[in-house]
Design a protein around this ligand. Structure first.
Ligand SMILES: Nc1ncnc2c1ncn2[C@@H]1O[C@H](COP(=O)(O)OP(=O)(O)O)[C@@H](O)[C@H]1O
Ligand SMILES: [Mg+2]
Length: 378
């Protein structure tokens, strides 16, 4: 994070797409207000949010292969261009398909970015989509990915570390699988896994502590219930108080587990097995046992709390992408949600099928109509 943070509201001022999903060409101008996108199913609302999500590291909110993102029928690949008022002032970001559709290239103010993590100097993005509805009852890997993205708010290096850990773990699994028990080689990889793995776990724990504090002692969350969050991870049953002692204990554990891991064909302990445990505080039950509606409300509350924390830490609120956010809420809850989102002080992109659902936002948003890959104001 740079010390030059302006603290001003981060917002997109322009978005241009070519051959992105169902958009042949699109150019939209925004002011600092929220952006509401309404239109029929299949019109291209989520596609537009996906394009904005490409302004953060990774494969965006659908986690789609880049090859799927280019418009069907075009062979030139997609491009996304955005101008924004960023955390360090105005910035232009361009990203486009590269390497035959297997990757994407990134330019910031016209220069090739060293790493996609450079985006985190300019804006933070938070999203909530219907695909995340099963988060509490689905596989732990989805919760880890969700939470690791949230950790980026306090630690922009976290994503890199997770990737490096996974790469080291794959090397170890391969060596063990091939029966190559070369101690010096394994030792080196395990030490690397121990350092990265401990750092990953500590960063997650720090975020859990910050979020738990914010949720328990923070502002009202309106109709969105407070979530209790805890981590179930390998650090809990490892000895060691200091980081160095924990690294040593984790390395030791890996060393002892070589035979067992070789037999299992994978590494059985580490941050890649952690889970995030969520509870509905008021009802005192785990989130997975809540009703579908309660789970959604919990998730909204959690994402809003995280957005608030991100704003506090980064000095400016994140840009929020809230897909189909109003659909399941009654009028009162919708109005409360809009007030909470607006109160964060950043720009939010929101979608829905019916324009009247967003009436309560009124002048606080620019209202667009989306129809078969065209987007019009009003
Ligand atoms: N690569 C692509 N090229 C062209 N059209 C696409 C591509 N990927 C998805 N689509 C189309 O985009 C539309 C879905 O857009 P989406 O943004 O999900 O709609 P919604 O407005 O319901 O959120 C579908 O009609 C789908 O066929
Ligand atoms: Mg959609």
């Amino acid at each position: 994070m740079s010390a030059l943070n302006t603290g001003a509201s981060v917002h997109l001022t322009r978005l241009k797409l070519t051959d992105f999903r169902n958009y042949r060409q699109l150019a939209l101008d925004f002011d600092r207000r929220h952006v509401v996108l309404t239109g029929e199913n299949g019109a291209g609302k989520t596609n537009l949010l996906e394009a904005v999500s490409f302004l953060s590291p990774g494969r965006g909110l659908r986690r789609a292969p880049y090859g799927d993102v280019g418009r069907i029928g075009s062979d030139s690949g997609f491009t996304v261009f955005a101008a924004l008022e960023g955390m360090n002032g105005p910035v232009e970001i361009g990203t486009a398909a590269a390497d035959g559709g297997t990757g994407r290239k990134l330019k910031i103010n016209g220069a090739n970015a060293r790493s996609a993590d450079d985006l985190l100097d300019h804006l933070r993005l938070v999203w909530l989509t219907p695909a995340m509805d099963g988060l509490f009852s689905g596989p732990a890997s989805d919760r880890r990915r969700f939470f690791d993205r949230q950790v980026l708010a306090i630690d922009p290096g976290h994503g890199r570390r997770v990737l490096d850990y996974e790469r080291a773990m794959r090397s170890r699994n391969r060596l063990l699988g091939e029966g190559r028990m070369d101690p010096a080689w394994l030792e080196g990889i395990e030490m690397q896994m121990a350092e990265l793995g401990t750092a990953i776990a500590l960063a997650r724990r720090e975020l859990v502590a910050l979020l738990a504090d914010l949720i328990e002692n923070g502002q009202e969350q309106g109709p969105f219930p407070r979530a209790g969050i805890a981590l179930q991870d390998f650090l809990s049953d490892l000895p060691g108080e200091t980081t160095a002692a924990r690294e040593e204990a984790f390395a030791e554990r890996l060393r002892e587990a070589r035979q067992g891991d070789a037999a299992a064909g994978r590494t059985l302990t580490g941050p890649h097995r952690s889970d995030l445990l969520i509870r509905h505080i008021a009802k005192d039950i785990e989130a997975a046992r809540c009703s579908t509606g309660e789970q959604k409300a919990l998730l909204v509350g959690l994402v809003l709390a995280h957005a608030r924390l991100t704003g506090t830490i980064c000095g400016s609120a994140p840009v929020m992408l809230l897909d189909e956010i109003a659909a399941h809420l009654d009028e009162g809850r919708r109005a409360a949600l809009f007030d909470l989102v607006d109160g964060l002080g950043g720009q939010a992109f929101m979608t829905g099928t019916d324009a009247h659902m967003f009436a309560a936002l009124d002048e606080r948003a620019m209202h667009f109509h989306v129809d078969a890959g065209t987007v019009e104001l009003g």
